[in-house]
Design a protein around this ligand. Structure first.
Ligand code: AN0
Ligand code: CP
Length: 321
């Protein structure tokens, strides 16, 4: 694995899961693998979990860690080529990226969809520039279209909590006051489609995801019907994907908020969300505080998914083998 940007890079998810559970048993087992190797974690957007869990994973592997919040103290970056840089942007990303690459061995990147150009977002323009110009292995800490470290942690969590071999997993849209990227639901769908779970997506009409991500998932526009018999409810808001509404909010309907009445339709389902979550928009206090809510162990598994990925990047790119 040279870079990690999606489920397709990890290989067989069953083997990745085995590695995850091996690491979870003893997170310090490989604590010299990353000796004298430096992780640079670059954030264009805010983060609590990804920032902390990725650093913890790197420290568990004996790596050194540098974190850069691009919007707090670095120069404002131009991303378009050919622009006369007479505005407020002092540096071009085409110099900034190889410079960052010169100071580290592995780069983690968080760069959300900007909702200015669907094409730029869905071609992963920023992530691919890091891959092409840094000279270093790059992994996604949520890019424009995917959040694979989150989805991997979600898969680990479902495997830990599932009571039947083939659980019914429901990804449910829920309302939110601001436009959010499709990265989390896209990526979750992609990882769920790589398993043989019974996977259903429910959302209001107009919130269809890119079919390259939703794949063969069953789409159910009636949320209550979707919840029937579910073993896991995975709530998330996203802005519209389909034209002409790309990046727009077309509903804030709180009839879609996950509440106890809807959870009672399920097979005593566990409640999941990647966090941060807005209470009483996405999910009621009662549901997120219930015994069936596994959002905290889900977040804790972010260390494990990051550690599997960093271990693979170290082994495949730097092992003297
Ligand atoms: C981001 C999103 O929806 O992509 C990050 C989630 C991990 N959420 C917010 O910006 C609130
Ligand atoms: N779930 C997740 O990625 O959280 P942060 O945005 O806080 O990193």
């Amino acid at each position: 694995m040279k870079h990690f940007t999606s489920v397709h890079d990890i290989g067989n998810p069953d083997i990745a899961l085995k590695e995850a559970f091996e690491i979870k048993q003893n997170v310090f087992k490989y604590n010299t693998l990353g000796k004298n190797k430096t992780l640079l974690a670059v954030f264009f957007n805010s983060s609590l979990r990804t920032r902390l869990s990725t650093q913890k994973a790197a420290l568990n592997l004996g790596m050194n860690v540098i974190v850069l919040d691009v919007n707090q103290g670095a120069w404002k970056l131009e991303t378009e080529r050919g622009v006369v840089m007479d505005g407020d942007k002092s540096e071009h990303i085409l110099e900034a990226i190889p410079v960052m690459g010169a100071y580290c061995d592995i780069i983690g990147l968080r760069s959300f969809a900007q909702f200015e150009s669907k094409q730029d977002d869905y071609e992963e323009k920023i992530l691919n520039q890091f891959i092409n110009y840094s000279g270093k292995p790059v992994f996604s800490m949520e890019a424009a279209t995917r959040h694979p470290l989150q989805s991997f942690a979600d898969l680990i969590t479902i495997e830990e909590y599932k009571k039947v071999e083939r659980p019914k997993v429901v990804l449910s849209w829920a309302p939110h006051p601001r436009s959010l990227p499709q990265a989390v639901p896209n990526s979750f769908a992609e990882w769920m489609n790589a398993t043989d779970y019974d996977f259903v997506i429910t959302h209001p009409e107009g919130y269809e995801l890119d079919p390259r991500f939703s794949g063969n998932a069953r789409i159910e526009y009636n949320q209550e019907k979707a919840f029937e018999g579910a073993d896991f409810i995975y709530a998330k808001n996203w802005a519209a994907y389909a034209d002409p509404n790309y990046g727009k909010i077309i509903s804030k309907d709180r009839a879609w908020t996950v509440d106890s009445a809807k959870m009672s339709l399920t097979n005593n389902a566990y409640f999941m969300h990647c966090l941060p979550v807005r209470r009483n928009m996405i999910v009621t206090d009662e549901v997120i505080e219930s015994a069936q809510s596994i959002v905290i162990p889900e977040a804790a598994n972010r260390v494990i998914s990051a550690q599997v990925v960093l271990k693979k990047l170290l082994e495949d790119n730097y092992s003297e083998g």
